[in-house]
Design a protein around this ligand. Structure first.
Ligand code: ADP
Ligand code: MG
Length: 709
């Protein structure tokens, strides 16, 4: 069976000058014709620079010729894909390199096992048995730097044998070892050939070439002689006697039996099964091991990248926690006002000349509206309570020389206690009579109480002063009035935004006619409570109809809510309006966080590019030994994922920590989904920023990568 057929193979190297304007060419191979049959043992000799290595790389499918035809097992390889070449390399070819090309800091067993990993047939036992075969049974856990040159070359022979190759290419295998070791290596080759493996070796040393059956001489890229070696048996037998006892219990598979095997394989192998092979647990484990090793070798660099990513992730976590906290507290604040409460207020956005609301008298909510609604309540049992709400600002409460600026001051109706479920700790709410008579009575919250009643006496029945600035005829007048405290409002606490106990309630009639001034018909807001949430729609519609009737707005206009002079909203609608503004804030914070994550991602990309550059030779070697593009891609993606994931974990911890710390003062809510999302985010960053460097790595041509210095 013919393994290789070369017809008029030429290889031209183009070397560009530094300024890239001119170039020189080297004709490394100048028309080589050569056939290699199964079971041959060939030595290629020639002076240095004659093209031996170039020829070897082309025959070993590591490099493509510039022109000519090369058939490997009958297939024209100029037409086949990168992955098909890789498939040939990994199933039929073993390489022994002049400079061994073992992975540094990797044990001999792992080095020998390497080609098997890419066949998804990882077997440390097989690696060990081959190391035994080359006499290294006591060196399983040595790394290359702990071995002599000869031993390293023997490891690389073991590695070349591990995939049961049909043909072994050895480029100056004895070039870097002493004579005795070289004799030993040559004996292994002889034995291997006796067992059926084809061997092609390159050497410039005629003594080494003497071991081969067929000797090809190449000068200036051309074969000048091709002859059988008459001394083949004598040389090898002599050496075998003198050298140590080598027992090669190794049997090469015949190519015809492999071909059947490969045909079967070809049928079943599809891209999806290839994806599955990436998820293969041993392969995954191997890649994680390799990545961890690479990351550990550069601890400082790795920590910096982890730091970069963790900054981004922690920013995301913290920002989301703050945004969520703000959202929840605002929501809670609104909900505390009651979920089946409807608020009726003036619509400031409506253009006043439309919708029959041209009469400015009707543009605001008036006391007549209140009366109408109270009448409506009698017909509509779904309405539970109604109360106007008039708020004043800049009100100061004082008692016996202690004063306090009240943050929430509201004039309300007697029914307010039902609308807002207002509880009184001591005393009582004001009565309907007090409301009608515009009496100066008030209820105070705990904060107000504690700040003006320093001696903590029961405030009920005491008189306090309320002071307000009112505008009258463009002048500001300070107006003070004495109020009787009728009740102390129950403690409510803070919702993270405001102190809900810093408030004073008085009858709205008093507020309107005796305190805040402004008289007239205007009412700020009317709040209304329905019996249940199911009643909301009905009540809202009826209220709208009622308000529209007074304003001569035809019911058909009611659909255009934006143009109506009034707004009728329940709390859910208000929560929605409010959350849209907090959402804008969250989005802004989110963008800031994403930018920092992006910066972290660039850090990852940077370290991955460096990592790929540094390990170019390693990548070349892996590809030469049968790693497909996807295998290399996967290896680097795994590495980038590990960095990002570590960054993600660290970042999440920092983010959660910061959020918890911040939540001592400000509401920040860490939900578990944030943690999940941020981990996903770091994975996404890893793939996004790791993909390109990994792709670069996977595209490297094996031979160029191996030549890389
Ligand atoms: P040998 O192995 O016989 O010593 P090579 O095959 O390595 O020779 O090289 C043959 C010729 O091609 C030499 O003149 C060398 O300078 C040139 N050459 C080899 N590799 C390259 C390369 N990657 N780029 C440019 N020229 C090269
Ligand atoms: Mg060479």
């Amino acid at each position: 069976m013919r393994i290789l057929e070369l017809k008029d193979i030429k290889k031209r190297y183009i070397i560009r000058s530094k300024d890239k304007n001119s170039y020189t060419t080297v004709e490394a191979l100048n028309g080589v014709d050569l056939n290699i049959e199964e079971g041959e043992y060939i030595a290629i000799i020639g002076p240095s620079g004659s093209g031996k290595s170039t020829l070897m790389q082309i025959m070993g499918l590591l490099d493509q010729p510039t022109s000519g035809k090369l058939l490997f097992l009958g297939e024209d390889i100029s037409q086949v894909s990168d992955d098909r070449l890789c498939w040939y390399r990994k199933n039929y070819i073993g390489f022994v390199f002049q400079f061994f090309n073992l992975l540094a800091r990797t044990t001999t067993v792992d080095n020998v096992n390497l080609p098997l990993i890419y066949q998804r047939k990882s077997s440390l036992d097989k690696a060990k048995s081959l190391l035994k075969l080359v006499g290294l049974e006591n060196r399983f856990n040595h790394v290359p730097s702990q071995l002599s040159g000869g031993q390293q070359q023997r490891v690389s022979i073991a590695r070349a044998l591990v995939n049961d190759p049909a043909i072994i290419f050895a480029d100056e295998p004895t070039g870097n070892i002493n004579q005795e070791q070289s004799r030993e290596v040559m004996n292994y080759f002889y034995k291997l050939n006796q067992q059926g493996t084809s061997i092609v070796l390159v050497t410039h040393d005629p003594r080494v070439a003497k071991h081969a059956k067929r000797i090809i001489t190449i000068v200036d890229g051309k074969i000048v002689s091709d002859r059988l070696n008459p001394d083949f048996d004598t040389v090898n037998n002599q050496d075998l006697v003198t050298s140590s006892n080598i027992d090669l219990n190794f049997k090469s598979l015949s190519i015809s039996s492999r071909l059947d095997l490969s045909k079967n394989k070809k049928k079943t192998k599809s891209e999806t099964s290839y994806l599955k092979s990436l998820i293969n647990p041993t392969f995954l484990k191997e890649n994680i091991k390799v990545a961890l090793k690479a990351l550990f070798t550069n601890k400082f660099r790795t920590s910096l990248s982890i730091l970069g990513i963790s900054m981004g992730i922690s920013a995301v976590v913290t920002m989301v926690a703050l945004g969520e906290g703000a959202r929840q507290s605002i929501k809670a604040q609104w909900e505390s006002l009651g979920t089946n409460v409807v608020q009726i207020r003036r619509n400031f956005r409506a253009s006043s000349n439309k919708g029959g609301a041209s009469n400015s008298k009707y543009s605001f909510i008036s006391e007549e509206d209140l009366k109408d609604l109270q009448k409506l309540q009698q017909k509509l049992p779904q309405i539970e309570a109604i109360s106007p709400e008039l708020s004043g600002s800049g009100v100061i409460a004082s008692y016996q020389g202690n004063s306090w600026s009240v943050s929430s001051f509201t004039g309300v109706g007697e029914d307010y206690k039902r609308v807002r479920d207002t509880k009184v700790e001591s005393g009582r709410f004001f009565t309907q009579k007090e409301e009608q008579e515009r009496q100066r009575v008030c209820l105070i919250g705990r904060t107000v109480y504690e700040n003006i009643f320093k001696n903590r006496i029961n405030p009920v029945g005491k008189y306090i002063y309320l002071t307000v600035n009112i505008q009258k005829k463009k002048k500001t007048i300070r107006f003070s009035s004495k109020f009787k405290v009728v009740g102390l409002l129950s403690y409510q606490g803070s919702d993270g935004w405001q102190d809900k106990d810093d408030r004073v309630l008085i009858p709205y009639t008093t507020a309107k006619y005796r305190f805040l001034g402004g008289g007239g018909q205007k009412l700020g807001t009317i709040s209304l409570k329905t019996r249940s949430q199911e009643d909301l729609e009905l009540v809202k519609n009826r209220v709208a109809l009622q308000l529209a009737t007074r304003r001569n707005i035809s019911p058909s206009m009611l659909k255009d809510e934006k143009e109506l002079p009034f707004r009728i909203q329940d709390m859910t609608q208000m929560i929605e309006r409010f959350s849209s503004s907090t959402n804008t804030m969250s989005t802004l914070l989110g963008i800031v966080a994403l930018i920092s994550l992006f910066v972290g991602g660039i850090g990852i990309m940077n370290i991955m590019l460096v990592s790929v550059k540094e390990r170019t030779r390693e990548i070349g070697l892996r590809k030469a030994l049968g790693a497909r593009r996807q295998d290399i891609l996967f290896q680097f993606i795994v590495e980038s994922i590990i960095v990002s994931l570590l960054g993600g974990i660290v970042g999440t911890c920092i983010g959660v920590g910061v959020s918890l710390f911040v939540s001592l003062w400000w509401l920040a809510v860490v939900s578990w989904w944030i943690v999940g999302i941020s981990i996903l985010f770091s994975l996404f960053t890893a793939v996004l920023f790791g993909y390109w460097p990994a792709k670069q790595a996977s595209r490297l041509s094996p031979i160029e990568a191996l030549r890389y210095e």
